[in-house]
Ligand binder design. Sequence first.
Ligand SMILES: Cc1cc2nc3c(=O)[nH]c(=O)nc-3n(C[C@H](O)[C@H](O)[C@H](O)COP(=O)(O)OP(=O)(O)OC[C@H]3O[C@@H](n4cnc5c(N)ncnc54)[C@H](O)[C@@H]3O)c2cc1C
Length: 285
Amino acid sequence: METSAPARRLSTRFVAGETLEQALDVARQLNSEGISVTLDHLGESVSNLDEASDARDVYLRTLDAIHHHAIQGNVSLKLTQFGLDLSYDACLANVHQLVRRAAELQNFVRVDMESSDYTDRTLDLVHTLFDRYGTVGVVIQSYLYRSQADIEKLCARKIRVRLCKGAYLEPASAAFPEKSKVDQSYMDLTRYLLEHGTYPALATHDEVIIRQIIAFVTERKIPRDAFEFQMLYGIRRDLQDRLVKDGYRLRLYVPFGKAWYPYYMRRLAERPANVFFMLRNLIRK
Ligand SMILES: Cc1cc2nc3c(=O)[nH]c(=O)nc-3n(C[C@H](O)[C@H](O)[C@H](O)COP(=O)(O)OP(=O)(O)OC[C@H]3O[C@@H](n4cnc5c(N)ncnc54)[C@H](O)[C@@H]3O)c2cc1C
């Protein structure tokens, strides 16, 4: 799927390109529009530690390139791409190198959150590296019951949190099955982060929630540079433009690389209408 030409064309809706250079071009364009980026080299669940080292090297090159080209941006990574399924220690050593480089370059590494099997190990690793460098933050998903407790610990240590709703299929024993509860939890956690967190990143395309956040920060007189909104490349461009025009900070998550299939499928699953657009484009092209 990832190597067939027609299928690859589909991925361009959500993916900046296959190479770092293409991702940097997109980043430069977004920066010129007042939008910062977080670059994600696509890939997850590697099958051996050589692949994990390769992923680490791509990320080291990405941090260097961001610095060299003065891009307003940082990086986001998935621990399964850095070997978490194979060895916690090897994964930690890989991410360690990256977080250390980020510290040298005064940049930042965001560790994405994957399915709930990985939550404990992801938080452990981030807490460990934060203690040494401070240049690492993590993602919390509002669909998990445990998230309030996790956020309280992260805020107490001043670890930066990106809040999202959560993109994986989770059992009802771990996550709210009802969307209304996930949304409610998102707003509850957002209020907590805005009052107790360190530069929270509010990652959502949900217009209702964004309106509630704006009402909350306005009422509490929380400055616009005390937090940022985040969205995914290729989703709700109209909303992105509006936020920037209104003076809010916005960062886009910009994926690049060849291993786009799982990422693309999660984006399709989030919105059934995307499947229709995908099929229409497939037929047109
Ligand atoms: C910057 C960023 C980083 C993320 N990192 C992670 C992570 O580390 N771990 C994780 O589990 N999840 C992550 N996610 C994904 C997230 O969990 C949600 O699955 C995703 O953002 C959709 O939820 P929503 O908040 O936009 O709201 P929803 O209620 O799903 O959607 C609200 C509206 O947004 C628009 N929209 C949402 N998704 C799409 C789409 N795919 N295509 C077109 N329109 C769409 C539609 O207009 C929709 O009505 C991240 C999301 C963002 C923005």
